[in-house]
Design a binder for this molecule. Structure first.
Ligand SMILES: [Zn+2]
Length: 228
């Protein structure tokens, strides 16, 4: 190794180092041939310094040597490139690992809970037990509607003369607390108005509920609903 000149004991800043390397590409790489590698440090040390900026900062002697030794300059530049590529690869690998973990976690969650099953379900509302508004009158019923947990593509046949147009469809607790609402719309199908809506009951616990339908702003018309 050559000796440090007395006026150059200040560590190089990163920018200075980069400038040196850049300028070196045209000058240092060829201007200072040292075929016998006199005063050169070991390849191991050059490789370490190319990888480790903190260590490089403590080896001003090497930086100075490199500025006068084209073979060392070229070794350093080559190791540096490899080290930076490895760092980038490591970052990419880390990102890939994170993505893989997320996908695996998602698959586990999906396998455990299952994707909501989507199925068609049709009911004749004229035969359902109907409560008009809060605690209203009841009529004869053929038992409650039953929906399986999942996403029901509902078709609700309304009593003749029911209004068509937009509706709101909801699931309420038996104490009439609204749990789910979804938009629906009624149109005449054949001879009767039918209300269609996509109702997601995949997250409801199995049990007894009320199915509510209402035109916007009106009171709920409620019917017993069982979710299985
Ligand atoms: Zn050298």
């Amino acid at each position: 190794m050559s000796n440090n000149p007395p006026d150059d004991t200040r560590p190089l800043s990163k920018r200075e180092e980069e400038r040196l390397l850049k300028a070196g590409r045209s000058v240092f790489s060829t201007a200072f041939p040292n075929p016998n590698r006199e005063g050169c440090p070991s390849q191991d040390l050059i490789q370490t310094l190319a990888r480790d900026n903190a260590q490089l900062a403590q080896h001003q002697d090497f930086i100075l040597h490199m500025s006068r030794c084209s073979p060392c300059y070229n070794d350093f530049a080559r190791f540096r490139k490899v080290a930076q590529r490895a760092k980038r690869t490591k970052l990419l690998a880390a990102a890939a690992v994170i993505v893989i973990i997320c996908v695996a976690a998602w698959l586990v969650v999906r396998a455990r809970h299952g994707l909501p099953h989507e199925y068609p379900a049709a009911f004749d509302m004229s035969t359902q037990l109907m409560f008009r508004g809060l605690g209203g009158n009841s009529a004869e019923s053929k038992g409650p509607m039953v929906l399986r947990r999942g996403i029901a593509d509902l078709t609700l046949y309304l009593t003749p003369g029911s209004r068509t147009g937009p509706y709101e469809v909801g699931v309420l607790t038996e104490s009439e607390r609204v749990l789910i609402t979804t938009p629906g719309s009624a149109a005449v199908k054949g001879t009767r108005p039918a209300l269609t809506a996509r109702l997601d009951v995949s997250r409801l616990n199995p049990g007894h509920y009320l199915l509510g339908i209402r035109p916007p702003g009106a009171d709920w018309s409620l019917s017993p609903l069982v979710v299985k």
